[in-house]
Ligand binder design. Structure first.
Ligand code: DX5
Ligand code: ZN
Length: 259
């Protein structure tokens, strides 16, 4: 098996479900305030869009660096960009870097980029759009620290959740449990490949994703359109836990912040 990253400095185990608010739905003129407003979150999800890979342009490295200066939480960078081989390594200073499978030539290129990112000291994630099959990634799961399943067409917040992508989550959960075991309660779980879902996650949809076996839940509009973003995060976490219980999943540990 490929060797796994040890938790980075200041980072130790943190239990799933992990909630990652997307700052795409924040007020960019008040980013510091809107980061403070999500202190109950586990990670901060940073959507980088280049106007080519997706029909929207968001922000790039300088803004991600500004966000990192304002929050103690790990940055979960989601690169919706062409040519990730060129740009993704610049983000290796952050906790996790996810690029799109559709933006590289083939699975070999994806594995090569994941290895580059890991060697640079970050966690390597691969993301797939709703219509992209998961089979090739499944066959090489040890090469990645996270698989991000898109549950909307990438590009914009506020879209409707696509439940059909949960079949891919179930397949990933089964394979990950085969490789790393079903449940763990120590830091070694930091070595497992996490399953993340992104798009249309709300208090109503999160339990079904949790039942299917998701570890990390991105939520943009559900958090930032709430009167209290922290209360929305608490509710999402609670509903995800309920989904785990009804499916018989245990809580797992993954990399995260130390107390
Ligand atoms: C969409 C982005 C998402 C988006 C999610 O392309 O990758 O992270 O911000 O927003 P909601 O939660 O509103 O669907
Ligand atoms: Zn995203």
């Amino acid at each position: 098996m490929t060797s796994r990253l040890e938790p980075s400095a200041g980072v130790s185990a943190q239990a799933t479900p992990l909630i990652a608010p997307s700052i795409l739905s924040a007020d960019f003129a008040h980013l510091a305030r809107d980061l403070d407003a999500v202190s109950h979150a586990d990670w901060i999800h940073v959507d980088v869009m280049d106007g080519h890979f997706v029909p929207n342009l968001s922000f790039g490295l300088p803004i991600a660096q500004a966000v990192a200066r304002e929050t103690q939480l790990p940055l979960d960078c989601h690169l919706m960009i062409d040519d990730p081989e060129r740009w993704a390594p610049d983000y290796a200073e952050f906790y996790s870097v996810t690029f799109h499978a559709e933006a590289v030539d083939d699975i070999d290129a994806a594995i090569a980029l994941a290895r580059t990112l890991r060697a640079a000291g970050t966690r390597a994630g691969i993301s797939i759009k709703p219509k992209t099959p998961v089979d090739e990634v499944l066959a090489h799961l040890e090469e990645f620290d996270m698989v991000l399943i898109m549950s909307v067409k990438p590009g914009f917040g506020g879209q409707k959740f696509m439940p059909e992508v949960l079949d891919k989550v179930r397949a990933l959960r089964e394979r990950a449990d085969q490789i790393w075991g079903k449940e763990t309660d120590d830091d070694s779980a930091d070595g497992r490949c996490l399953i993340e879902i992104d798009g249309g996650i709300s208090a109503d949809t999160i339990a079904s994703a949790a039942e299917a076996g998701v570890d990390v839940f991105v939520a943009g509009s559900a958090v930032y359109q709430a009167d209290s973003p922290n209360a929305a995060i608490d509710e999402l976490r609670e509903n995800a836990r309920a989904g785990y219980s009804s499916a018989g999943h245990g809580t797992q540990n993954s990399g995260g912040l130390q107390d």
